[in-house]
Design a protein. Sequence first.
Lengths: 314, 272, 250
Amino acid sequence: MHRATGAARAPCLSSPEGFQGALIFCDSASIRVGEPTSNLKLRAGQLSAKQREKGVRMPIVLRRYVNQRFLWRLVSLCLVFGAWELAGRKPISIAFPTFSSTMLALADLIKEGTLSSAYAVTLQPLAIGVLIIGILGVVCGIAMGLSRTFEWFTLPVFIIVQSAPMAALIPLITFLYGIGLAAKVLAVVLMAAPVIVLNSYKGIRNVNPSLIQMSRSFLGNRQQEIAKIIIPDASGLIFAGLRLGVASGFIGVVLAELLITPTGIGDLITYYRAIAEYPSMFASITSIIVFATVTVSLLQWLENILFRPERRGS
Amino acid sequence: MGGISRRASELAKEENNNMQNSPIIEVRGISKTYEGGCEALRNLNMAFPRGELTTLLGPSGCGKTTLLKIIAGLLELTRGEVLIEGKKVDGPGPERAFVFQDFALMPWATVLRNVAFGLELRQVPKKERLEIARKYIDEVGLSGFETSYPHELSGGMRQRVGLARALAVDAEILLMDEPFASVDEQTRRKFQEDLLGLLETEKKTVVFVTHSIEEAIYLSDQVALMTPRPGSIMKIVNTKTERGRNPEEVRRDKKYLDCVEDLWQILKQYLV
Amino acid sequence: MTILGKKVPMMLSLVVWLAVWELVGRSRLLFLIPPFTEILKAATTVVTNAKFVDAVIISLKAFGMGMGIALVAGISLGVLMGRVKIVEQSLSMWLNVFVSAPLTAIVPALMVIFGIGQTTVVVTVLLFAIWVITLDTQAGVKNISPSLLEMARSFGASRFEVYTKVILWAALPEILCGLRLGLIRGVRGLVVGQLLIAIMGLGELFELYSRYFLMDRFWFLVILVFAFAFALAELVNYLERRIEFYARTR
């Protein structure tokens, strides 16, 4: 079976497989057409030589291990926030607010409801866009995977687009759809499309050939093959593509709000900058970063549960 | 335990008539506990006679690879000491060379460079080290493959590269960690015979780890049986066979087969 | 796809798309999409414009500096994280946050701190690219077979030799992968940074052309930037293919 190189080439980020529970996000790997897949074993969680020397850690009490990781994260958070505080006091720049003032501003924003109303506006194009391109993109990717002709027409376009800075097209969007919701939805769609389509495509193409042979040996027809084998086997990568697509969607909506017309969070950022209320500005920025991270982490957690039972512990 | 190993080292001394009396490797009171509480070795004492092939044999997880890596200086010990030629060591050294179970070849380098790697690290000039490498590539039967890459070789060939590399640095002691485990059965038998042939000319002390009883008895001069975790030396068995005999004959010799059966009976007790 | 039994290379489909573009452009369906041939003609006008040359130089400088720092810092940090558990445990959380966060939101903050100039663009490129480079390098270093490192130590390699002769080479496939993704993100950072700042470099040109509806020139610029990103990615891809022979057998 003729396969395109997919997730296998470098286990790092080419595949959505994470390792050691880290959240891995990546643009879809370069798809090289017409080459056989090389299957690299992902050595997830492999200990470094140093760790092997010091001895393999026995899985005695899971809690102890979790606590240690938690401890270091806490330390790291404190260090970074502490550095932020100092940097603000020093000050790096008159405009750079301290950590504490940013947090206070954030609290205010939440209290006054400004933040929630902003998100209500921002999340609309995101949700609509992800929904549209999620369905369309997955269908397109599956079609590309199943039909050579369709692949012939569409794959080169996506290969080029996957490395392209789609942000350059944002100014164009205004011409097409003005500055309303539709424009922002289009921005989300543009940013998320390549990664969703290509991951679905990869998922279909990288289906385990033994499973297909098995289905044929039990006299399954093509429809059964597709419905019972190919799509379930590909669903892991498809979901990963959707996860990455949501991450890209966030990028798209923020870009749209900063470049096309300020609404929602983009509006908050621009407004507070304009009136030099830097703590509030930084607070808004922090909030969107945190929000995006949390959303994508939830999706990753969901993905682990649905598709990767061996990694549920992490 | 201490009594048996003292007797063992006396035995070893008695047997080495033609060679110097002191063992080349001595380990005293070796204990190793991994982080997380796993006690791999406990108070292990052993002496390895010069110029002979000693095998560490035991059930899975008994610590034989741990002991081997401690002797190699690749693992830290919790207690005890390793003496090479009577001197305490605590790290790798030029007198010991290691052969790895998974070959540990650099996949981006040719066979020639891989074999010469030990010499490269010792700053031996390029021309000289490549010459030496070629010699040993020939000795292990891989001439013609100098410019091949590991991915082009079979498992058996890759292990030959590993062996050539260990021989090329001309260390007195060869430490081999289940070197034929990742290789198919037929190749494995050939390897064993080839290894014995090589050792006739090279005259090295070898410490060999395996879990195959047949391999242990066929290859070694003595076999050190290890207890299950925490490992220590249970018994040392002399298995010296006449060198130069037809391998087929040896494998069917009554003494050889009896030995295999004896050891199997001992080890069987520890199988869960 | 085969026509009359002969296999047609996939890239030819692009020709088909270009033909479609030409037709759509000629029919003046959307003023937004000029015929492709006009875009090519606009190329000469754009390229000979002095402003363009300036813009390109400014952009390339910013890109080069940002990517350079991202590369050096990213690889070093990645190696450090791969080898020292403490560093990994403290930093990996941040890495995972920033590698997928909408970094565009940070650019206004950068403008506030670094002003509206070249520095901001450099920092933007740096920030966009560094996380994925670090993450991939770390993955590569962590995935090194331990027996390879033991082998080097057993033959007496010094710390430095272990890094230069073994670690960097063994992790190279992942490092190059990270580099490729980092370059793509870096170009995105360049575009975003310049679009938001809009008073210099290519951003200024984009702004200019779109404001005066000079669509053919605008598209030419877009195609140029796309081609630049694609070329860089393909260059690294070529390198990755060169070392693929051993990536598989690690």
